[in-house]
Design a protein around this ligand. Structure first.
Ligand SMILES: NC(=O)c1ccc[n+]([C@@H]2O[C@H](COP(=O)([O-])OP(=O)(O)OC[C@H]3O[C@@H](n4cnc5c(N)ncnc54)[C@H](O)[C@@H]3O)[C@@H](O)[C@H]2O)c1
Length: 339
């Protein structure tokens, strides 16, 4: 099968490209490199031993996207491309709505015109909103607390509407929990372009000396140690979930399927800190500060549907995730080089 991976130079896309190639799929990438460095491509080629076909353009460019589908045989699409920073989306809502919605509309339009009807979409646990009970199951109502989250809610709805109008489509909405970790080689990983928003990238930069200390936002939540619980999932397990979902689209009768990709385990901020300290081999500086607006006490998946329907389960532990994140960060203290 020939799979177009949008955002394939990004964090989750790059790890998924490796697993697609290992599974025998033929891959092509489109990425604007708005949030990726070209170096990732040569590293992917080194890991896979294959030259990669990469189109560097913005999916919102209707002509280029149309031209890509006219020129290339494409059997399925995995759509990672989009902006993803929650805080930035609050500051720049129009940019988020425009990029995430328009790129999806242009992509889906080209797919429809060229009869490409298999699509795996990167959704997020953020669609469960602020007050969802844990563990979170796919049947909960969706909502959001910030523009980024609303783009995911809206795109899910747009894709459901497409599938009503054209029931031959097979669409997977994958709701990721908190992806962390890196490829075992330590040569590809998460490389935030700004101050990291997420715990593990931030801790990685503290450990490597780029940030002074970790701030923990609140230790008075109703959780075992008072710090918030999240469902951290290794990016390699997440990538494997995409391979499983793609293969399921070949046989399922449902035009749209929704699957949580999480471990089902809630891990506290302090637990992650201690796991990261074990990976690094020393204590890391931190301070407890006040709660951060918008944070919730607990978010973790009910992963049973993905297990039952995809035969997929996350297997890597929080220690595996921290060890792999640390290998990537310590080998690449400043992330990917520019060249
Ligand atoms: N990382 C997470 O914590 C997380 C959690 C839930 C969902 N997701 C979703 O998963 C997807 C991938 O996330 P990631 O962490 O790999 O992000 P990422 O920023 O590393 O990767 C996204 C890639 O898309 C590219 N891109 C952005 N807009 C584009 C456009 N208009 N045209 C072409 N390319 C474009 C960027 O250059 C980048 O390489 C995103 O849709 C994100 O919202 C991520």
């Amino acid at each position: 099968m020939r799979v177009l991976v949008t955002g394939g130079a990004g964090y989750i896309g790059s790890h998924t490209v490796i697993q697609l190639i290992a599974a025998g799929q033929d891959v092509l990438i489109v990425d604007s490199f708005a949030n990726a460095k070209p170096t990732v491509i040569s590293r992917l080629e080194a890991i896979t031993g294959k030259p990669l076909l990469v189109y560097a353009f913005d999916l919102r460019d209707t002509d280029k996207t149309e031209d890509l589908f006219a020129r290339e045989q494409i059997d399925a699409v995995i759509h990672f491309a989009g902006h993803k920073a929650v805080g930035e989306s609050v500051q720049k809502p129009l940019e988020y709505y425009e990029n995430n919605l328009d790129s999806t509309l242009v992509l889906a339009g080209a797919m429809a015109r060229h009869a490409v009807t298999k699509l795996v979409f990167s959704s997020s646990a953020t669609v469960y909103g602020a007050n969802a009970p844990v563990p979170m199951s796919e049947d909960l109502p969706t909502s959001a607390t910030n523009p980024y989250g609303w783009t995911k809610v809206m795109i899910e709805q747009i894709l459901r509407d497409v599938a009503v109008a054209q029931p031959e489509w097979r669409i997977a909405l994958l709701r990721y929990f908190n992806p962390v970790g890196a490829h075992a080689s330590g040569t590809i990983g998460e490389d935030p372009s700004d101050i990291p928003n997420n715990l593990v990238p931030y801790l990685s930069q503290v450990a490597v000396g780029r940030r002074e200390k970790l701030q923990i936002f609140g230790d008075d939540y109703d959780t075992p140690d008072g710090t918030p619980l999240r469902d951290y999932i290794h990016v390699e397990d997440l990538a494997a979930g995409h391979i499983a979902a793609l293969s399921k689209l070949a046989t399922t009768e449902s035009p749209v399927s929704t699957w949580n990709l999480g471990t089902g385990v809630g891990t506290s901020v302090l637990d992650v800190l201690h796991a990261f300290e074990r990976a690094v081999g020393r204590a890391l500086p931190y301070e407890i500060v006040g709660r951060r607006a918008g944070d919730i006490a607990a978010s973790y998946a009910d992963p049973h549907r993905a297990h039952a329907e995809l035969g997929w389960t996350a297997t890597r532990t929080i220690d595996d995730m921290c060890a792999d994140s640390w290998r990537w960060q310590s080998q690449n203290p400043n992330g990917y080089p520019d060249a």
